[in-house]
Ligand binder design. Structure first.
Ligand code: C5P
Length: 298
């Protein structure tokens, strides 16, 4: 028996970051929107041991050892139910690696849902969400999808209403960025400054609820953007090209380096993608929509 699960990428339409906490994490007001770029995680009995394989253009950058969140998810579920994780996990990867789009988190959530179905553990949604939160701050959102406000370190979710589809372009960068390194750069840039408590934007939440792209464009923000640009200055050019091509809003996705462009409609999104590609300021440009569904068994 094999089980395949499709899991979406995300963009943070708001990422408000507070000061570093004693545990090193940062309190966030993190508005996630799942978008239609997906990884597919397929699990089957391995006949002995846990094995991870990966396919796709970026497969060479994906760790296949126990640091892979998909492997950790399978181990966490097995240990909770007293099982041995004899499973082969295959990741068909389409979400950029180290891109700020929660690709690793998606694989963690996907493997968890897939192993739950394969092993018939029958874990409740709350149990799965608990395991997700232990695996990483963005993993619970990969499970639920849609749109949500994440507080705490981003793992405590409140589902948000979305009144329509938003059109996006994502520009993939030539190299990745490490999320901890971007948070460290945020700390360095904000040293000596009083960092305000992160607060979710009501205006942004209303724009999502109305499905109003112009209003959303006026409300998006990412407090990690200056840190990502500081570590990867070439991204400023990519953002500027997208703005020049008519994007309603431009921002770094999460901790980057993928850049996100909100467009008025599908046609405008195609145009932004063409201009970005032709400019040579990114490795690839993908057009998609959000919101997308969370982890789904196929
Ligand atoms: O939770 P996760 O393992 O995905 O986080 C990766 C890293 O990102 C953490 O080790 C930490 O450096 C940083 N982080 C943070 N504050 C958050 C979430 C992540 O500082 N709320």
């Amino acid at each position: 028996m094999t089980v395949s699960v499709r899991v979406p990428a995300k963009v943070n339409v708001q990422l408000a970051v507070g000061a570093a906490r004693p545990d090193g994490f940062h309190d966030l007001a993190n508005v996630f929107l799942a978008v239609g770029l997906y990884d597919e995680v397929t699990v089957s009995a391995s006949g002995g041991g846990l094995r991870v394989t990966c396919s796709g253009a970026d497969a060479g950058q994906v760790p296949l050892d126990r640091t892979n969140l998909a492997a950790r998810a399978a181990e966490a579920l097995a240990s909770r139910y007293g099982l041995v994780p004899d499973v082969h996990i295959h990741i068909a990867k389409d979400i950029p690696v180290a891109g700020g789009m929660a690709g690793g988190s998606a694989d963690g959530a996907g493997a968890l849902v897939a192993c739950d179905a394969l092993w018939g553990t029958g874990a409740s949604r709350d149990e799965l969400l608990d395991i997700c939160a232990e695996l990483g701050s963005d993993v619970p959102f990969s499970l639920v999808g849609g749109a949500a406000l994440g507080v705490g370190r981003g793992e405590q979710l409140r589902t948000l209403e979305v009144g329509g589809a938003f059109h996006w372009v994502f520009a993939m960068a030539e190299r990745g960025l490490s999320t901890p390194a971007v948070f460290r750069e945020f700390d360095r840039l904000s040293a000596g400054v009083r960092v305000p408590e992160p607060v979710a934007s009501q205006e942004l939440i209303e724009a999502l609820a109305k499905g109003d792209a112009s209003a959303l464009a006026g409300a998006v923000s990412n407090d990690l953007q200056p840190a990502a640009l500081s570590l990867f200055p070439e991204l400023a050019e990519t953002l500027s090209v997208g703005r020049g091509a008519g994007a309603l809003a431009t921002l770094v996705s999460g901790s980057g380096p993928t850049t996100a462009f909100l467009a008025e409609n599908a046609e405008a999104a195609e145009h932004v993608a063409e201009v970005l590609l032709a400019s040579g300021s990114c490795r690839a440009a993908r057009v998609t929509e959000g919101p997308a569904s969370g982890a789904t068994v196929l």
